[in-house]
Design a protein around this ligand. Structure first.
Ligand code: AOF
Ligand code: ZN
Length: 336
């Protein structure tokens, strides 16, 4: 059973998620203003990057509904992230909450942004507001794991993703002429899942061979949402501008001289990119796996066997091989 604080925080999380494709690299945040008798007086979420914060939108909702007006000294404001205390693109939410005279604030998790980092909470407490911190903290941090990773680790959140056959190959062996025969591993459904993942992340990255052999567009064609920034490596200058990855549909960053994984991550972070989805090929994936610098793995296992081919990166997949063969499965593994 959820406590009543958890119930309203869960609502904040629902609202926050509505900003999913529009707020990056800002966090997704939801806020709910609740009267002493439990009535919801106003709801809001951070709708788009550069726009008003969740708390501002919750009070705007409250202002629009005169019939809900009540004494805010008895009301509680729930917010999934600590209210900000700094002037960014918008003024500090903590000051606005104090001006509104709310008696109690419940915060999901602390904002790791060094410009805030508990200053918002302290400002509310200094104004005499009762503040509760850490209600559904795990869920609140989970929702913004990309934003939090960039703030705390100063690198983007890294998701490795590949598709493989049930017998562990990601592609057929190249032919004698160096051509890579094509093998379709994805279904209509898993393609949508992958394009949704692309929309959820700020960048998508592939190695040079993948660009040369597959000539992918790396867009979100099968899901609505923004196209991620495309990131490709081209140490030996083998890519040509006619390739699909250089189309006008999205920005493309090419690393030529320094393709070291830590350098790439550092540079993406400096560009404000909070997440990168790495979609292959095997050289790049194996290299990143060997560094241990990644956060999630998504492995799509197609119910196909080919006997020989380019071996998929070796990881311990959950589930037995028979479960894997029965249906196309998308595994998600979090790396600690
Ligand atoms: C909140 N509520 O809904 C969000 C917060 O440039 P700005 O003014 O939009 O500030 C962005 C920073 O504010 C962001 O990095 C994060 O620390 C915090 N986001 N804070 O109180 C919100 N989105
Ligand atoms: Zn704010």
């Amino acid at each position: 059973m959820l406590t009543s604080d958890e119930k309203y925080m869960q609502r904040c999380l629902q609202l926050a998620a509505k900003g999913e494709y529009y707020v990056a690299p800002n966090p997704m945040v939801g806020a709910v203003l609740v009267a002493a008798d439990g009535t919801i007086l106003g709801e809001g979420w951070h709708k788009k990057f550069g726009g008003p914060h969740a708390e501002v939108n919750a009070f705007a909702d409250y202002d629009m509904h005169g019939e809900r007006h009540t004494c805010l000294a008895e009301a509680t404001l729930y917010v999934s992230l600590e209210p900000c205390s700094h002037y960014g693109k918008t003024p500090p939410c903590a000051d606005m909450i104090i001006r509104r005279g709310v008696g109690r604030v419940v915060v999901g998790c602390i904002d790791p942004n060094p410009q805030v980092a508990t200053r918002g909470i302290r400002r509310l407490q200094d104004a005499g507001i009762e503040v509760v911190v850490g209600v559904m903290e795990k869920e609140c941090r989970e929702l913004n794991r990309r934003f939090i990773c960039l703030q705390e680790k100063h690198r983007p959140y890294v998701i490795l993703k590949w598709a493989q056959t049930a017998d562990g190959f990601i592609a057929p062996l190249p032919k004698g002429d160096g051509e890579q025969p094509r093998l379709v591993l994805s279904s209509v459904l898993t393609k949508m899942v992958v394009h949704r993942m692309r929309a959820e992340n700020m960048a998508i990255m592939v190695g040079t061979n993948t660009v040369i052999f597959d000539n992918p567009k790396l867009l979100t064609t099968h899901w609505s949402g923004r196209n991620p920034v495309r990131v490709v490596l081209d140490r030996h200058g083998r890519l040509s501008r006619e390739m699909n990855v250089f189309s006008d549909d999205a920005q493309t960053i090419v690393y030529r001289s320094n393709t070291d994984w830590q350098y790439v991550l550092c540079d993406l972070a400096a560009r404000g990119i909070h997440s990168v989805l790495v979609e292959g090929g095997s050289l790049l994936l194996n290299h990143i796996l060997s560094t241990g610098i990644y956060d999630e793995l998504h492995v799509e296992v197609a119910p196909i066997t080919i006997g020989e081919g380019v071996v998929a990166p070796k990881i311990d997949l959950p589930g037995t091989p028979s479960q894997v063969i029965d249906s196309r499965s998308l595994y998600e593994i979090r790396h600690q």
